[in-house]
Each structure stands twice: as structure tokens, then as C-alpha cells.
Design a protein around this ligand. Structure first.
Ligand code: MLT
Length: 207
């Protein structure tokens, strides 16, 4: 059962890829609609609410502590999200979306890229970290991820994501075949205006 509470906004500009908006811990399906509109005006927006609750706060997978993930749950939830996207694409007649994830939402998007890349056309990962310590490294996954564009934006002073961790994620995705652009911004875990500007410019060059 891959039903997610979600918001959907149809495209006003059929030329741009749909965006799959994935909120951070404690957010919901409304949080990133404004960000999505700023990054790609007129794109279709598909925005699910994470189905895991941590003290009442929605997330996309379970964690044992901050930055320590229940990796079995990461795998299970990433595939469940992939099924939701596949069903939503049929229901709303959508092309494969570009994920735009923040924090926990960026981490599930990274997991989806590593486990089932064919679901996504690419991804903007805002303050992401390595979601799986030992992701599968097989040829079909490499082939499906091959050349997919990924923009990873990290905060230089992020107290949750150490610089070494985001660098490792960039390397992991590159080695798995993605075409990764990694930028480290003068920011913490929260988003800054630079995130919006860089994401908008980057997606303008994705077809
Ligand atoms: C996570 O749990 O995915 C990361 O710690 C980021 C967060 O949600 O705070």
C-alpha cells in the first residue's frame, strides 16, 4: 500500500520536468510548494507527506538518533516512495520527476537514487547525507542512474551534516554513475537564498 497524503499541482508550463517535493522532519506536503514554484515556475508539483512519525513529526524513514538511520526502514520506505511516484505518474500523466528534497527529504531522495534510480529524472539534494552505508552496486542500478543530474547543496556550518559526510555522498553518487554537482554554501542546515538561486539556475539547464 503506497498511498501517501500529498498535494499535486498540475503544470502550467509543460516544458519543465515535474518536481517531487520531499520535506524535512516535522514538515508536511505543503512545506516545499513555495520553494518548488520559485525553483521551477509552472512545473507540476507532487508533494507527499512522509509516513513515519517521530514524536508526531512526519518523516520519510525511521532513525535511531540524529544522523543514525534505521537502514532497513530506509530501504523499505524508499521503495514505497518509488511506488507512490510510479502510481502518481500514471494518475496525473507525468514524466519522471526531478526530486527536490530538504534534509530528511533529501536523504530519502538520495536513497531512491541509489536503490531505484529509474523513478527519478534527477535530484536536487538540499543538506543531504549518506542514507545507506552499503548501497547495492550492481550494473542495472548503475545503468539506470547513469548520467542523471544531481545537484547537492551543503552548508559549510551544518551541525547535522559533517562536510566529510556530504563529500562521501557526492562520491558515492558519482561512482554509481550520476552526474553530480556539489556546492558547499556559507550556510548551516537551514536553506538560504543561495540555495534557491543555485537550484533555479541548475534546473534551467536540465532538459
Ligand atoms: C535525517 O534524519 O534524515 C537527518 O538527521 C536530517 C533530519 O531530518 O534532521
Amino acid at each position: 500500500e503506497s498511498a501517501f497524503i500529498h498535494r499535486f499541482e498540475p503544470a502550467a508550463n509543460a516544458g519543465s520536468p515535474p518536481l517531487l517535493l520531499l520535506h524535512g522532519t516535522g514538515g508536511d506536503e505543503n512545506d516545499l510548494l513555495g520553494l518548488g514554484r520559485m525553483i521551477s515556475p509552472g512545473a507540476a508539483l507532487l508533494s507527499p507527506r512522509g509516513r513515519v512519525l517521530e514524536h508526531g513529526m512526519p518523516r520519510f524513514f525511521r532513525r535511531l538518533a540524529e544522523g543514525v538511520f534505521d537502514e532497513d526502514d530506509v530501504r523499505h520506505r524508499a521503495l514505497e516512495l518509488g511506488d507512490f511516484v510510479t502510481e502518481a505518474r500514471q494518475r496525473y500523466s507525468l514524466a519522471a520527476p526531478v526530486a527536490v528534497g530538504f534534509s530528511n527529504g533529501a536523504n530519502i531522495a538520495a536513497a531512491l537514487l541509489l536503490l531505484k534510480p529509474e523513478v527519478l529524472a534527477g535530484a536536487i539534494l538540499l543538506r543531504a547525507m549518506v542514507p545507506l552505508s552499503d548501497p547495492p552496486k550492481n550494473d542495472p542500478i548503475k545503468a539506470a542512474l547513469g548520467g542523471k543530474p544531481v545537484l547537492l547543496l551543503s552548508g559549510q556550518a551544518d551541525p547535522i551534516v559533517p562536510a566529510s559526510n556530504s563529500a562521501r555522498l557526492a562520491a558515492l553518487l558519482s561512482q554509481a554513475g550520476a552526474s553530480v554537482t556539489h556546492k558547499v554554501l556559507p550556510a548551516g542546515h537551514q536553506l538560504s537564498q543561495a540555495d534557491v538561486t543555485l537550484a533555479r539556475d541548475w534546473i534551467g539547464n536540465v532538459d
